[in-house]
Design a binder for this molecule. Sequence first.
Ligand code: UDP
Ligand code: MG
Length: 139
Amino acid sequence: MATNKTFTMIKPDAVANNSIGGILKMINQAGFRIVAMKYTQLSKETAGKFYEVHAARPFYGELVDYMSSGPIVAAILEKENAVADFRTLIGATDPTKADEGTIRKIYAKSIAANAVHGSDSDENAEIEGNFYFSSLERF
Ligand code: UDP
Ligand code: MG
């Protein structure tokens, strides 16, 4: 069953760039409500667990190093059709291929440091949200 929630992270490059405010503004203006939010830093171990599905891919080691390199903002977002609409809002993984006006087109530096994470399915949105947030941290 489709749910109305997705999970995002504002990644270390975008936090370091002072882009948290700009990205959250785009998220709110696109109609997403913030259910939960946290400013935190992943250890290599937690980043490795979060991206375990990519463990066999060639960029996994770099991805884990990068995602644990500085603070991030993690959030659960709510909207009708949240997963698909959020993927549209962030744009393609590679910012050079992202549509104009998308978050990655505006804020991403490279395919690795691509400003934001967005869940790719309802199932993963649930798993990823649970990775960071307890039920007491959701509003
Ligand atoms: N990534 C990378 N090189 C690649 C593909 C992906 O460094 O060739 C990184 C990038 O940060 C991406 C993350 O790994 O956001 C997860 O990859 P995925 O294919 O799931 O892309 P996404 O769902 O984030 O668009
Ligand atoms: Mg993905």
